[in-house]
Ligand binder design. Structure first.
Ligand code: CTP
Ligand code: CA
Length: 238
């Protein structure tokens, strides 16, 4: 006998979601990374699958435990990416078939220009310090927005540490204008908030920088609010 898998308001929607944080190698044993746990991105992917979407989740260094529930969902496929370049290639491959793309991954802005095949040794250093030359990675979200086809919705995340008299919203609005995504989920981060935590608080801005929703709670609740906003955005442009 076959078992019916319940669906919901995202039935028929094809979603691609990135989660986690890329790592940029320095040498065979070291990397430049970030503190993203992937929990918010995984929650976004799982929420979509539970609501009926077919989801490709591209995970960058997300712990198996964080992925467990999502991996088990029949409408969700997990792919892995390690570096920003691998993530770009994976999402670029998946994008043409997607109705909605959510870039929740923390993508390294820079990579090491020349990755050493051998472990860097202090003995080989010329002085009391070393300099790593970094070069900018492609902005994946910007590329997706440029390639966006009719009917496709592109969502970005922005982690901000407000300061210098500028509010979270100001920074978020500038980023929304710069990115051109259909929705931008702006997240307040700091040394002790936003990352490994199970709760989150985001402001959702549309492409014009208008607040469309304010979501707080568990990462799953925030994910559900994000999909509600995606549905509203898509209803407007239809
Ligand atoms: N992003 C991306 N490719 C990059 C860097 C970021 O696709 N090379 C995406 C992230 O996945 C996120 C959004 O862009 O959805 C915003 O990331 P953020 O780091 O906040 O923005 P940046 O444009 O990198 O600006 P900055 O780090 O200078 O604040
Ligand atoms: Ca960045």
């Amino acid at each position: 006998a076959s078992v019916a898998i319940p669906t919901g308001d995202l039935t028929g929607v094809r979603a691609v979601v990135t989660a986690g944080g890329t790592r940029e190698p320095i040498d065979p044993v070291r990397f430049i990374g970030n503190r993203s746990s992937g929990k918010q991105g995984v929650a976004v992917a799982l929420s979509a699958a539970v609501r009926g979407a077919d989801v490709v989740l591209i995970a960058a260094h997300v712990d198996d435990g964080v992925l467990a529930e999502a991996s088990a969902h029949p409408r969700l496929t997990v792919l892995r990416a390690g570096t920003a370049i691998e993530l770009r290639d994976a999402v670029t491959d998946a994008a043409p078939d997607a109705d909605v793309i959510v870039m929740a991954a923390a993508v390294a802005d820079y990579r090491v220009a020349e990755v050493s095949d051998a472990k860097l040794a202090k003995e080989a250093a010329a002085g009391p310090g070393i300099t790593l030359h970094l070069i900018e990675n492609d902005d994946i979200l910007a590329g997706l927005v440029r390639a966006r086809r009719d009917g496709q919705t592109v969502v970005g995340f922005a982690a901000e540490t407000p300061g210098d008299g500028e509010t979270l919203l100001d920074r978020g609005r500038r980023k929304a204008a710069r990115k051109g995504a259909d929705l931008l989920a702006v997240n307040h981060v700091g040394w002790s908030r936003g990352f490994e935590s199970d709760d989150n608080e985001v402001v959702l801005l549309d492409a014009g920088g208008e607040v469309v929703a304010d979501a707080r709670g568990s990462k799953r609740e925030v994910a559900d609010a994000l999909w509600d906003a995606v549905r509203k955005t898509r209803a407007k442009t239809k």
